[in-house]
Design a protein around this ligand. Structure first.
Ligand code: 5AD
Ligand code: SF4
Length: 467
């Protein structure tokens, strides 16, 4: 597979553009708090870029802020409850300083719309496609009261905006390659909060990646709700298309010393083309996040996942055939509508069979307006949901520990991303398979690659030394 040269032409940007926040206490101060997924983290970086252009500077506490934005998540009820708790804290600050403007942005803004104004502390509500409008909304809120924009778009990808990187390590960065989602998984609120799927123009993705590399970043994470359905069609020439495998290759070719990761993959769409591209380039990390959601085909059918237990396991077998050293992680929901003990046991047995390197595990939380909330009864009791969740967590912890034990004695190339929370003389980084390593610094620094040997492990960490 050849990279699309048309897209590479003239795009070797080597200029230095600062991607870090410009801190200036003389300007109006914005404080941004982010909840939810990596996409939300990246959206907050887009929001900061828009607000910096409008004259704001980032600050690190609500007490200093003229504007507080909370970028929210609606995926489960407890995510929303946490945000209501934060709004209570902001209310106290606003009572002290009535000129303070408070905005709710992101998925909860889109889902709840005007209802958020019932909590009287909120001045602005802006959905995920309305961020360009924020400077206007803020200005209007200062004089004209409550402001809302929750219009969803079929085109917006924020392609021309350079996200201002709020992370502190300067090593690893996110790039959103698409927005929205066209899979209507019956449990999921995302298609309603983030709208229809749209792929971002590859040129702008490559430009952003090159800018990150020029700024010293060593790892690029390509983000989308379903990266495998990425498809860009040149509006001037419909024969000129770029799919995800091609895009991945184009990003990998920018610099062989820069790691490329991506998420999330959908089991129904992940084709072999992506796997062969991953196998071909040493800097595309061998790790696939492949959410299974359930190990029972009838439950998968009700979830509208469009694959079966068997076809999922075939995908896993293909990954391992093409890339034997590839790590696989997953998301799972227990206690979905109508899930029987037998269905649950099928999920456990699938976990036993796949032996994931890691899993995000949840119990089902009904979301208003979704297909599941309209069609099925949320009939598994909270007690059973909790029991099942604890059961699968215990199983996966054992599997993670066992998988990590297999790494003992082996050597890995690790990208150093920070210092250990427990000990300043120790560094933290990840293997290509995304496993976290902790090791004595021996004079090495954040942003360097080192070779480490694994000495021992927990279920979450490989304790290592530099070789
Ligand atoms: N309840 C519980 N978990 C959910 N997820 C998505 N929607 C729900 C819900 N209603 C989980 C899925 C998804 C992850 C991001 O969150 O596992 O992959
Ligand atoms: Fe991200 Fe989904 Fe939460 Fe929205 S609802 S922030 S898309 S995890």
């Amino acid at each position: 597979m050849k990279p699309n040269l048309k897209i590479f032409d003239g795009l070797k940007h080597q200029e230095f553009v600062s991607l870090r926040p410009l801190i200036d206490e003389t300007k109006a101060q914005v404080y941004i708090e982010t909840y939810g997924c990596q996409m939300n983290v990246n959206d907050s970086e887009v929001v900061l870029s828009i607000l910096q252009d409008a004259g704001y500077s980032l600050c690190d506490s609500i007490e200093k802020a003229d504007l507080i934005l909370v970028n929210t998540c609606s995926i489960r009820d407890n995510a929303e409850q946490r945000i209501h708790g934060r709004l209570d804290v902001f209310r106290i600050e606003k009572q002290k300083r009535p000129a303070l403007i408070i905005g709710v942005i992101g998925c909860m803004a889109e889902r709840m719309k005007e209802d958020l104004f019932n909590n009287r502390v909120v001045d602005i509500v802006a959905g995920p496609d309305a961020y360009r409008d924020l400077p206007r909304l803020v200005a209007a809120a200062k004089t004209g009261g409550k402001q809302i924009n929750t219009i969803l778009s079929h085109e917006e990808t924020y392609a021309d905006i350079n996200p201002v990187r709020m992370d502190r390590n300067g090593v690893s960065a996110y790039i959103s390659i698409m927005r929205g989602c066209n899979n209507v998984c019956s449990y999921c609120i995302v298609p309603y909060t983030r709208g229809a799927e749209r792929s971002r123009e590859p040129k702008s993705i490559i430009r952003e990646a090159e800018l990150l590399v020029a700024n010293g970043y060593k790892e690029i994470n390509l983000l989308g709700q379903n990266v495998d359905s990425y498809l860009w069609v040149n509006p001037d020439d419909p024969t000129d298309t770029v799919n995800f495998a091609r895009l991945l290759e184009m990003v990998a070719l920018i610099d062989p010393s820069v790691r490329v990761r991506f998420s999330t993959s959908h089991p129904k769409d992940m084709g072999n083309g992506v796997l062969y591209t991953m196998a071909m380039y040493g800097n595309i990390c061998p790790h696939i996040h492949l959410p299974v959601q359930s190990g029972s085909s009838p439950v998968l059918e009700r979830m509208n996942r469009k694959y079966t237990r068997e076809s999922y396991l075939e995908r896993v077998a293909m990954i391992r055939k093409i890339m034997p050293d590839c790590a696989i992680t997953t998301d799972v929901i227990v206690g979905f509508c109508g899930e029987t003990q037998q269905d649950y046991e099928l999920t456990l047995s699938l976990f036993e069979e796949v032996r994931y390197d890691g899993a995000y595990m949840f119990y089902y939380s009904e979301r208003p307006g979704t297909k599941a909330s309209r069609s099925f009864k949320d009939d598994v009791s909270l007690e059973v949901k909790t029991e099942r969740l604890n059961g699968i967590i215990a199983l996966q912890n054992g599997i993670s520990l066992e998988n990590n034990r297999k790494c003992i004695g082996k050597e890995y190339e690790v990208l150093i991303e920070g210092t250990s929370k427990r000990c300043e003389e120790e560094l933290v980084g990840r293997t290509p398979q995304n496993k976290t390593c902790v090791f004595p610094a021996k004079g090495h620094k954040i942003g360097e690659y080192v070779r480490v040997k694994v000495l021992s492990c927990t279920s979450a960490t490989l304790l290592s030394e530099i070789v």
